[in-house]
Write a protein that binds this ligand. Structure first.
Ligand code: ATP
Length: 594
């Protein structure tokens, strides 16, 4: 993925922050007022204590001017004022913190939503390359880092403003002395920049190591049965430990760089104070300035040290945030490879005719399909057979535009699929994959996935069609029962029929079927076959066929080998030839006979 220029993403993020400026400004104003309210407290306390030691006629007159006949009211008015300023301070701090928090959460929410929306729009090619753990890490870790961004930006801006104000004051007092102090600024800026870049780079490597850790963890948790079956717990623990160690080492390196920033900045600042004292003493000796002025001056310079320290810390935090923004934008900047056509054709009358016309396709640079041409008339069943890796799955993926062909055209009802509105195209197709894709949600939600408007009656009708209605009625919560939870586990064959019922509800024009290779017991097999029969009735079907019964019943059989159609015809025609198909069938019959 192309690395964007340094600072580019930070600028974009600043723009997103500006979207929340009313809340951020409100937060800062409330915090500022809170400090002012807190500042009143020692002043009132001073007045109170001084009045105990000696009368204060000015204060007494002020109290009387407020309408209090007895100036003694001050004895309870002052503590009341202190209590009010305390309460006010607490209230303002609460309001200020809340505003800043809400702004931060809104920025996070917006980014998360956009990021996920973008992930959904990216093509399957991108997802199969990047896997699922990496985007997950970005969505969770990197966006979490952003939650604290408003505070870091606030600290940074406050520190820069305080430094500038104090430097202004120093300049106003005595410019020659000020110049002696200002020589510390260039090294501070250089160090902040250098270490900042380093922290950013280290943060990048930490995040990558975390993604790899997450990927490994996901993999082993999802394959726990395999791990157990092979007794590979020790191996998994070693692999996991290596990644945890990698994350620890890289995080430590980053934290070391981050931690060293503040003392370096502090040391430069202290050198500034020493330079001022040394130069100032000379000025005092030569009578250019008074000793009092030098003391005041050193005091001012020492005051700059605090915002400088904050600047160091805020800069480190901003760099971590910058790295996270980079990682989010690496994906946000990616254009989806498959999009709606700019000028979509009007969807033609639905018939269900599928044509592949001289199609060629390669994954990256590896050719998979070459010169594929065939036609499936409306309602026909076209079976794709061939050895493993021949390109059958890839071929059917071109119809719903999971990938686009490099050469040739895939045509549905007379219109190139690339000219169909994408949503419209996909709503007319349904895929039933080998492994039934069933989510861990209720049966009803699973069924309504492609047909959100379906009523309960529709759901029951579809379940009945696949012979699953009785089984679902027996579940404790019926249609609302969560699949795979509370002991409501469905068998492999039942899950397949659930997926078939879902496809039935979508009522597609064209069906893409990848028959399961794993064998079910004969009763289940029969039930699935019956369900498939109901689903295929009257629909054009492209089926990656493994079962002899399906192949025999197909209107047309395409035999694929090495990405080319090497034989085509009906079962009878192909059996008459001494080719690949006959070999495949005889091998399968041999296996079933045994
Ligand atoms: P099977 O019957 O075993 O499922 P198939 O005939 O359906 O095989 P495909 O899944 O289309 O074959 O794969 C054809 C070739 O393309 C294989 O060599 C496979 O390794 C490769 N391939 C599949 N998907 C990808 C991908 N996303 N990226 C790169 N190569 C891929």
């Amino acid at each position: 993925m192309a690395r964007k220029k340094y600072g580019h993403s930070l600028r974009r993020f600043t723009r997103e922050m500006l979207g929340q400026w009313p809340l951020i400004v409100l937060g800062w104003l409330l915090n500022l007022t809170a400090s002012a309210a807190a500042g009143v407290l020692p002043w009132l306390a001073g007045l109170f204590i001084d009045r105990l030691a000696a009368p204060n006629p000015g204060l007494d007159r002020f109290i009387q001017s407020l309408g209090f006949a007895d100036a003694g009211a001050v004895d309870w008015l002052l503590p009341l004022g202190m209590a009010i300023s305390l309460a006010l301070n607490a209230l303002l701090v609460f309001g200020g913190t809340l505003s800043i928090q809400v702004a931060g959460q809104r920025i996070t929410y917006n980014l998360r939503r956009r990021f996920y929306d973008h992930l959904l729009s990216l093509d399957v090619g991108f997802h199969s390359t990047i896997g699922s753990s990496d985007p997950l890490a970005r969505l969770v870790h990197d966006v979490n880092t952003l939650s604290n961004s408003v505070y870091a930006v606030k600290d940074f801006v406050t520190a820069v403003a305080s430094t500038l104000v104090l430097v202004g004051l120093i300049l106003a007092r005595h410019w020659q002395l000020a110049l002696a102090t200002l020589i510390i600024l260039p090294p501070v800026v250089v160090i902040l920049n250098l270490l900042g870049r380093l922290v950013r780079r280290h943060t990048h490597t930490v995040r990558e190591a975390e993604s790899s850790l997450l990927a490994r963890l996901r993999q082993s948790l999802e394959s726990m049965r395999v791990v157990r079956a092979f007794g590979a717990e020790g191996h998994e623990l070693d692999a996991f430990s290596r990644r945890v160690e990698d994350v620890r080492r890289k995080t430590q390196r980053r934290e070391f760089t981050a931690a060293i920033t503040t003392p370096i900045i502090q040391a430069i600042g202290v050198s500034g104070v020493i330079a001022v004292i040394a130069y100032g003493i000379n000025l005092v000796v030569s009578g250019d300035i008074s000793t009092g002025m030098l003391v005041e001056y050193v005091g001012l310079v020492a005051l700059v040290l605090k915002p400088l320290r904050t600047l160091g810390q805020a800069n480190t935090n901003l760099q971590k945030i910058g790295s996270s923004v980079d990682r989010l934008y690496e994906i946000l900047d990616r254009e989806p490879a498959i999009t709606d056509p700019p000028e979509p054709a009007a969807p033609p009358l639905s018939r269900g005719e599928v044509v592949y016309d001289g199609v060629g396709f390669a994954y990256a640079d590896r050719p998979i399909l070459t010169d594929i041409s065939f036609r499936a008339e409306p309602g026909e069943v076209v079976a794709l057979v061939g050895p493993s890796g021949a390109g059958k799955s890839t071929l059917v993926k071109l119809l719903p535009r999971l990938y686009d062909p490099d050469v040739g055209r895939v045509i549905l009802d007379g219109v190139d699929v690339r000219r169909w509105p994408l949503g419209e195209l996909r709503s007319r197709l349904a895929m039933v994959p080998q492994q039934p894709l069933v989510f861990s949600v209720s049966v009803a939600e699973n069924l309504r996935y492609g047909a959100p408007e379906a009523t309960d009656d529709d759901l029951w009708a579809a379940l009945e069609a696949v012979g699953l209605d009785d089984r679902i009625r027996r579940l404790r919560n019926g249609l609302c029962g969560e699949v795979g939870r509370d002991g409501e586990t469905l068998s492999g064959g039942e899950l397949q029929r659930l997926a078939i019922a879902r496809a039935l509800l979508c009522d597609p024009l064209v069906l893409i079927l990848d028959e399961a290779t794993s064998s079910l017991d004969s009763e289940s097999e029969l039930a699935v076959q019956r369900a498939l029969g109901r689903l295929m009735a009257g629909r054009t079907t492209l089926v990656i066929a493994h079962r002899l019964s399906t192949v025999r019943g197909a209107d047309r059989i395409l035999v694929l080998d090495g990405g080319r159609i090497v034989e085509r015809g009906s079962h009878v025609e192909l059996m008459a030839e001494d080719g690949l198909y006959r070999g495949l069938v005889e091998r399968q019959e041999g296996l079933t006979d045994r």
